[in-house]
Design a protein around this ligand. Structure first.
Ligand SMILES: Cc1cc2nc3c(=O)[nH]c(=O)nc-3n(C[C@H](O)[C@H](O)[C@H](O)COP(=O)(O)OP(=O)(O)OC[C@H]3O[C@@H](n4cnc5c(N)ncnc54)[C@H](O)[C@@H]3O)c2cc1C
Length: 259
């Protein structure tokens, strides 16, 4: 079974981030890392390919500056190969432009199953994978907390507010997975060394047969109008326990109408 996993490479969330005052988008100049959300998709893809007794995992990523660090991490986990789309024409891409690029790159890999995360850690519109499915004419199942494949059918436990739905659909399909669907493995030293020589195809917009006017700022239908600093949080109220702290806590919760 051939599984494509969408892998977003993002600025390290642990490092301070900045918004470009002119474009109002996230500055992505430094090293990018594998989005933690996508580590679950990579692991899910690897397990499903292993359970199917054959096939492989291909990674697909769109990122600026020919960035490959996050892809190398996912290759070190065990994916067989990767496709990276990087092109100056992609600057200012919104979610739909991103989906157009990913869909074209995914189609080249002729997958049986496409896996993505429910939402990325940095942009988190949660709209890209369903747009990819629409563009490829594939069914999509979102919020998977458990995934299994049986022949030509994918079965998904789809997380809901009150529990989960059992959903099944024919392959090929696009499935988005939640954090916790499986426990991602740590890349081994052997895996890290092997990742250095795994195939990584680097493509441009024209390689995909797309016109520069369809993607990037030129093709974007979303525009960030304004950005503002988040309000600084005021410090909380400190209660010194002199035997009556519980009454203070109760009064506080009552004030908020929580009890
Ligand atoms: C107006 C606007 C302008 C933007 N300008 C820029 C820009 O100039 N430069 C820039 O780098 N970004 C830019 N972005 C962000 C970029 O286009 C995002 O990648 C895209 O909007 C989807 O991000 P998301 O985090 O909302 O994805 P979500 O829909 O939350 O992602 C869900 C999942 O889809 C997959 N996925 C999403 N994006 C990618 C990807 N790029 N590669 C592989 N898999 C992916 C991952 O599995 C991810 O977890 C812009 C976004 C907007 C709205």
């Amino acid at each position: 079974m051939n599984v494509v996993v969408c892998v977003k490479q993002i600025p390290d969330p642990a490092a301070p981030q900045a918004l470009d005052p002119e474009t109002k988008t996230l500055v992505r100049e430094g090293k990018l890392i594998l989005d933690d959300s996508d580590a679950y998709g990579v692991e899910m893809g690897l397990q499903l390919a292993e359970q199917a007794g054959g096939g492989e995992v291909t990674l697909v990523s769109m990122a600026p500056n020919n960035e490959t660090s996050g892809l190398r991490t996912a290759l070190a986990m065990g994916a067989a190969k990767a496709i990276l789309v990087s092109d100056d024409a992609l600057k200012g891409s919104d979610a739909l432009s991103t989906a157009k690029v990913l869909a074209k790159a995914i189609a080249r890999a002729e997958p049986d199953l496409v896996i993505a995360a429910t939402e990325a850690t940095d942009g988190y519109t949660g709209t890209t994978p369903v747009q990819v499915a629409q563009l490829l004419g594939l069914p999509s199942v979102t919020f998977a907390k458990k995934v299994s494949v049986d022949g030509g059918t994918v079965r998904v436990q789809r997380q809901t507010e009150s529990g989960y739905d059992e959903v099944e659909c024919p392959l090929p399909a696009v499935v988005t997975v939640t954090a916790g669907v499986v426990e991602p493995r740590y890349p081994s030293f052997k895996g890290i060394m092997a990742a250095k020589s795994k195939p990584l195809d680097q493509l441009t917009v024209s390689d995909l047969g797309l016109d520069a006017g369809q993607v990037g700022a030129a093709g974007a239908r979303q525009e960030v109008i304004d950005v503002a600093d988040a309000e600084a949080r005021s410090s909380g109220e400190k209660v010194v326990d002199e035997g009556d702290a519980h009454q203070n806590v109760i009064a506080f919760l009552e004030k908020l109408k929580l009890i």
